[in-house]
Ligand binder design. Structure first.
Ligand code: NAD
Length: 283
């Protein structure tokens, strides 16, 4: 038997959408550490370029920042052209762009009779504009980049797609129905696409991160005034058997595992990286 390693990833070209974010940049570091060439495709070009330059110099590998909006096919096609010119053909895609927004969040967790005269704080007050934005970013924002960035993989009959799901995909958290529905759709799409592409050499899997404190959820899990966990943040920790939030680096092992040929017979799965949250019934 050969010694096992992630060496097969060395020199491979990866596009990661949302790669300038908190979790995305930890994944970029993991990929850079094994010598991959990485394009961070992010709506925020300036931050993408900054993060790319920092990681490139830390790991002495090629990392570039490219502007792309995951909801705009022509912007993704432009980005693909630039990546092909600068790094070569793409063999790996990580769909990392996503997130929630206060505009798609109910104020109350569960309705009671006391809420009947303030329906605006409940499901009935959700604005469709905010709902649509969050659903689109997480679902269509996974689908469209996959259509564009897997074309080189099709040609070469070899490639890997890694989607980023969430614990909400299994059991929705209160308050965030659009995000939860979209991440459930990401799991379903991961399975669907893995079957669709299995015979043309492209594997499709996902990671479902548990709870990490980042830009998108800080307003929900931290009490800004005291700097302590909010009651919701505390509930999450209490329901995570390991008793803590995750660190972005906790995603690195699962990322390399699913991208590398060490998992060459694995397609259509979602791996939770969650400190045991999804295994725990709360009692
Ligand atoms: P983040 O907000 O730090 O990063 C998201 C990145 O996506 C940002 O760099 C942003 O500029 C980019 N982005 C936003 N809209 C975009 C668009 N239209 N086109 C291209 N790029 C766009 O978020 P994060 O916490 O690092 O989350 C990364 C992924 O992990 C998301 O899919 C998120 O839903 C998922 N996730 C996060 C957690 C958590 O606890 N933070 C848990 C589970 C899943």
């Amino acid at each position: 038997m050969k010694t096992m390693s992630f060496d097969d990833l060395n020199g491979k070209v990866c596009v990661i959408t949302g790669g300038a974010g908190v979790l995305g940049s930890a994944m970029v570091k993991a990929m850079a550490s094994v010598g991959m060439k990485i394009a961070i495709a992010d709506i925020n070009k300036e931050v993408a370029e900054k993060v790319a330059a920092e990681i490139a110099s830390e790991f002495n590998t090629e990392v570039i920042g490219v502007e792309a909006n995951v909801l705009d096919k022509s912007s993704l096609e432009e980005a693909k052209k630039e990546i092909n010119e600068k790094l070569g053909e793409i063999s790996i895609l990580v769909n990392g762009a996503g997130g929630n927004s206060p505009q798609a969040t109910t104020k109350v967790e569960q309705m009671t009779e006391n809420d009947l005269d303030k329906l605006e704080e409940t499901f009935y007050g959700l604005e469709m504009e905010g709902f649509d934005k969050v659903y689109a970013l997480n679902f269509k924002g996974t689908l469209l980049p996959t259509m564009v960035f897997t074309k080189d993989m099709l040609k070469n009959k070899n490639g890997v797609v890694l989607n980023i799901s969430s614990m909400n995909s299994y059991k929705p958290l209160t308050k965030i129905p659009a995000y939860s529905a979209a991440k459930a759709s990401v799991n379903n799409f991961t399975e669907w696409l893995s079957v669709h592409l299995a015979k043309v050499g492209i594997r499709v899997n996902a990671i479902a991160p548990g709870f990490f404190i980042t830009h998108q959820n800080r307003f929900l899990v931290m009490d800004e005034k005291t700097g302590n966990y909010s009651p919701r943040g505390q509930k999450i920790v209490d329901n995570t058997p390991m008793g803590k939030f995750g660190e972005p680096e906790d995603l690195q092992g699962a990322t390399l595992f699913l991208l590398s040929e060490v998992s060459s017979f694995i397609t259509g799965i979602v791996i939770p990286v969650d400190g045991g949250y999804s295994a725990y019934g709360g009692v």
